[in-house]
Design a protein around this ligand. Sequence first.
Ligand SMILES: [Zn+2]
Length: 613
Amino acid sequence: MSESSRARAGLATLSPDQTTSRGLAARAVLVYAASLAIWTGAAHVGVSAFRRWVLDDFIWVSSDFVWMTPLGYLMIFVALAIPVALLAALAPRLGDRAGAFVFASLGTLSLLLLFPRIHHLASLVLALGVGARVAAMARSREDERRRVLARVASVLAVLLAVGGGASIGLRAAAGRSGEAGPSVAAGEAPNVLLIILDTVRAASMTFHGYARSTTPSLERRAAEGVVFEHAYTTAPWTLPSHGGMFTGQFPSALSTDWRAPLDGRHPTIAEAFRDRGYRTGGFAANHLYTSWESGLTRGFEHYEDYRRTPKQVLLSTSLTQTWLFWEILQGNSIGARLRALGRMNLRTLTMWRSDRKQATATVDQFLRWQASSGDAPFFAFVNLYDAHLPYDPPAPFDTMFNQGRTPLDRYDGAIAYEDHALDALFDELARRGVLDRTIVVVSSDHGEGFGEHGLSDHGKSLYRTELHVPLFIRYPAQVPGGTRVSTAISLRDVPATLLDLAGQDSEPGTFPGVSLAKLWRNEVTSGSPVVSEVSAGINTAPDEPVTRGAMASVFDATGHYIRNGDGVEELYAYRTDPDELRDRAKLGDGRDTLPAYRAQLGHALGGGSTPRR
Ligand SMILES: [Zn+2]
């Protein structure tokens, strides 16, 4: 090795000056990585803000993304900078160049990944090209350009911190500004607690006849109130279903869609209670479709969705939302992880994953709020998400049924875990003397498939596996215990029922629907038409019914009629054929009843309108 090449590689014998210089080299790499992380984070925040507020699109990250996203990049870049800084200490010039290459590539890649239309491998090649170009330009750590980079990054960091703080403050203020209604004195009106077990189908609940003991606690509470044996959701997926429970509207009357939140057209049940002087709080674990972006938060003074955890911060970057990252994270062996690395799948997930909030955490949030928010009655919404894919309940629930071998075993375990968490909630409310003064509604937003009709997951069809949900109401003052209603009912009637039970009048037509209390009081023989709808899906496979276009269905006393997107009709006698195995639309007696079902559906959806695509 010649003297000059030894010097270039930084391998010459060290003088005291050189020792200092090596320390400086290592520090320079760290500063460089941190600066580029802030730059990347700031640009990412700009893209997210544009998508969210200009294009009105879902971005599937915490409303804290303004500070979480740059902080996430900072954590990743600084962690990667440590080995590079060590290299710089040993060989300053090499370290300089390696730093320039790694962090310029990574920053560029992070931003390109935000545009899924650019092929992920093209993004990688482009990013490596940028990195190589920047490395070639990196002449020395004393480079003036680096100082400018770092200075601008400090300014950006301050701006992002101020922006993050302001967004937290604005949200808190928005919650408080809603307290416009007259104050209802404590004891004057009952509390209302709406608990939605996301993705929990009626068929997996003990109180709906399931053989497995998934829900012993809920079964006990259900027996103290009224159980609806045939409750059906208005949509087989989260957002329009919650939208229906909050507004009393069918999906085709709502703005909600796969990439569209609930707009401000219809009043929500939270607004109605808030305007009557109730304290309103929402506690949502489904971050995809019940978060701050969903439009469902309107009317809540207090709303908790994404967690503020290091994991959530890390998940606020594009790098941690690639398939590659998740495949490596979830690989169950070194071989699986290496294979994932070999595939180099850098596509980002369509819907970003988050730090999952388990049932006990959500219940704790609710209980904390309930204890600290004064004497006026409350309206609270609790959404638990443990039974949603991927089914991953904590021990011992993960192996509670059949050692958790199949997806259904783990799903049932997740439901048992939610039951356990809710047991603690009910016990604590009882201890506080609140439970019997509270109208408790427990239901779900949709079911889940486990191979029935060749389908799994939900949002794919309008079969009963996706529509039949658990429902019970407990409120000893007005709900006779041990009651079971077998009439088919729609979750659309939830807001009308809550207002009725709470003794609150509503302007006629504000919340369309029929109070379900009238059913057990024998004042009516049926509620709203039991209609469900789903628009053409995203990310669906060719053999899934919803791929053929928007669908609608209606239940009457004996039949379940489904109209597919391509006009094909199906009819099932669900009381005698609960698994919907025998399509009667093709049989003589069934075929004759189709015109009546078409008319029912048309009437319910406003003069035969077709659901929105
Ligand atoms: Zn859901």
